[in-house]
Ligand binder design. Structure first.
Ligand SMILES: NC(=O)c1ccc[n+]([C@@H]2O[C@H](COP(=O)([O-])OP(=O)(O)OC[C@H]3O[C@@H](n4cnc5c(N)ncnc54)[C@H](O)[C@@H]3O)[C@@H](O)[C@H]2O)c1
Length: 437
């Protein structure tokens, strides 16, 4: 099935605003500028480096994704942020300790010019941080209106054609969806009443949608994943996606687990632990913030392994996830996975993974891709949940009643087939019988 959509061209400048100017956001911005100045390559970014096969293998058509779909060019991107800590992006990048000073120096003037706007911040939702660069208002609605004004001012100041918002701020404490989240009317009334169930991230999401800016959520907070804000996104024709960038350990999990299942090997348990020393790790020391993260990380295995279909292999998997804050490591996380698998005649085997990763180095290209694809989706007339972007997330948002797809390779197929579909190309089935008459 193919159907070419009418897609507005990517003319003019695209603003990318991030709530949060910490390790991920500054690594993302510094990286884009470093690429623009010819110092780096966009490693890890599908929008910049991946190709997409079109038609039959014999046709040998594999253009770069960015030549196939009209995406904003890196030269047209303009960056801004909100953060309760007033440091500019240069100081914030140095504090984050992700990039070497040599790499920061090359883009120092650019980073120094990015100063965070005052944030909507409340200690009750992120307990371990204290910032002075915050907005004040009588109600949560008032605060959200100030965010809308920031978006309008930023657009006017930089003469932007379009704008997207990507949440790169700290993980908020765990919130269950409640009555205030069910309809837009209830949500707006709760904002007026400054109800506790309205977290700061929800105010950013509401403000973005009201300004017709797509919203992508890089953290596991509920944020835009509530019926009220989906109602708003659908009504205004704005794309949204989330939750929680799929980077280190969970990315590995969604690569390895499909392999175990593809071979019909059993799984007795999967123990995952991490040491992490950045500010994200510090925030996650708080049990309420960790619960949000844990829920996001734990959901992955069940949907890949489908214990309801394969009870003999996957019914009683013991799945444990731990994160330990350990300052000496900074952003260089170390993760260990001990995977207990079961083979022929019930013989146990073990797989051990020791992943020495750099969290923000893995996350930065995802921010870029999500910003560019979200903008593309909006120009293509796509609205609401962008399931095809589940490739980028630990807890992908999905339509009510559907379980999200976690297998990285199914997610990749979904992403590429969506691009083919939107551009009016045939889907690729990998059948191949036509070559063997
Ligand atoms: N790096 C990864 O691999 C990865 C993967 C998945 C998710 N994430 C999530 O991405 C987010 C950013 O990670 P990071 O390593 O950059 O963290 P960080 O602590 O370095 O940066 C977060 C920034 O957000 C700011 N902030 C907190 N509350 C805010 C608010 N209400 N409004 C605006 N700013 C606010 C903080 O002051 C801080 O500067 C975290 O939620 C993290 O869990 C990161």
């Amino acid at each position: 099935m193919s159907s070419a959509h009418t897609i507005r061209p990517a003319t003019g400048r695209l603003g990318i605003l991030t709530p949060g100017l910490g390790a991920v956001a500054t690594t993302f911005m510094a990286g884009v500028e470093s690429i623009r100045r010819g110092h780096s390559r966009p490693i890890g970014s599908l929008t910049q480096m991946a190709t997409i096969r079109l038609g039959q293998r014999a046709e040998k058509r594999s253009p770069l994704i960015r030549d196939f779909v009209p995406l904003a060019s890196l030269d047209d991107l303009v960056f801004g942020a909100w953060d309760p800590i007033a440091d500019d992006a240069l100081a914030a990048a140095r504090t984050a300790g992700v990039l070497d000073e040599r790499d920061i120096e090359r883009v120092a003037d650019f980073l120094a010019a990015i100063r965070p706007m005052p944030a909507v911040f409340d200690n009750r939702y992120v307990t371990r941080l204290h910032g002075e660069n915050v907005k004040h208002g009588n109600t949560k609605r008032d605060l959200a209106e100030q965010l809308r004004q920031d978006i309008r001012d930023f657009k006017a100041l930089h003469q932007l054609d379009r704008l997207v918002v990507v949440w790169c701020a700290s993980t908020e404490t765990f919130i269950e969806p409640g009555p205030a989240h069910q309809t837009l009317a209830a949500f707006e009334a709760a904002m007026e009443a400054s109800d506790d169930s309205i977290a700061p991230s929800m105010l950013y999401a509401w403000a973005a949608l009201m300004e017709d800016a797509p919203f992508a959520n890089g953290a596991p907070n509920l944020t835009v994943d509530i019926p009220a804000l989906l109602e708003l996104a659908n009504a205004r024709g704005v794309p949204v996606s989330g939750k929680d960038f799929k980077t280190g350990q969970t990315w590995m999990k969604t690569v390895i687990a499909p392999g175990i299942k593809a071979r019909m090997l059993g799984l007795a348990g999967w123990y995952s632990t991490n040491i992490l020393g950045n500010r994200d790790g510090e925030v996650l020391e708080d049990p309420a913030s960790f619960k949000t993260k844990e829920t996001s990380k734990l959901s992955v295995l069940d949907t890949i392994l489908q214990p309801e279909l394969y009870p003999e292999l996957y019914k009683d998997v013991s799945h444990v996830v731990r994160i330990n804050y350990y300052p000496p490591r900074g952003d260089n996380k170390e993760g260990w996975d001990s995977i207990d698998i079961v083979g022929w005649m019930n013989y146990p085997m073990q797989i051990k993974v020791n992943f020495l990763c750099r969290d923000s180095i893995l996350a930065a290209p995802l921010v870029l891709d999500l910003a560019l694809f979200s903008d593309f989706a909006q120009r293509a007339g796509m609205r609401g949940i962008q399931e095809w972007l589940s490739f980028y997330y630990k807890s992908p948002m999905s339509a009510a009643g559907l379980h999200p797809e976690h297998d990285l390779f199914i997610q990749q197929t979904k992403l590429k087939n969506t691009l083919r579909h939107v551009m009016g190309e045939e889907q690729i089935t990998h059948l191949g019988l036509e070559y063997h008459p």
